[in-house]
Design a protein around this ligand. Structure first.
Ligand code: ATP
Length: 134
């Protein structure tokens, strides 16, 4: 099958680079799948796992914010924050998840920024899933 070059970069540097058959990302408008020769586009990303498939295998990177830029021969994910499974500190993500859950369930909702707590919860659960711990 035809492949497309993909890279995930953050302000801290490159996180992932490969030639893959299919890229799947979460844009703010929903899931987007990209193969070689896709029409060019730029779309904003939400928090989620970016998935890279080739030869029957799949690799994942936890992504939070940024953009995907699609060109027919190259896909670039310019992420605000991104981690490969081997970069994820599982204990830190578990603690972040618990903290965010407490905040979303707090009875003192006026003292809690619910949207912020929900976003933190999504980042933590995405990291645990990508790390294979949830
Ligand atoms: P925390 O509350 O644990 O700081 P967060 O979701 O608020 O988590 P972010 O603002 O998304 O953290 O990321 C800040 C920096 O910390 C980024 O460089 C990100 O890659 C890194 N980071 C956050 N959580 C983890 C984790 N569990 N494992 C590895 N790196 C992490």
């Amino acid at each position: 099958m035809q492949t497309v070059q993909v890279s995930v970069v953050t302000p801290d540097g490159a996180v992932y680079e490969d030639n893959v058959e299919l890229v799947i990302v979460k844009t703010v408008e929903g899931e987007l799948g990209v193969k070689a020769k896709h029409i060019p586009l730029v779309a904003p990303l939400t928090t989620g796992a970016a998935r890279f498939q080739k030869e029957g295998t799949e690799e994942q990177v936890a992504v939070s914010g940024g953009f995907i830029e699609v060109r027919p021969d190259k896909v670039t994910i310019l992420a605000e924050v991104a981690e490969r499974p081997d970069q994820i500190d599982v204990e830190r993500a578990r603690v972040a998840k618990q903290r965010a859950e407490k905040r979303t369930q707090s009875e003192n909702q006026e003292l809690v920024n619910t949207a912020r707590a929900k976003a933190a919860l999504l980042r933590a659960t995405t990291r645990l899933r990508v790390a294979g711990k949830e």
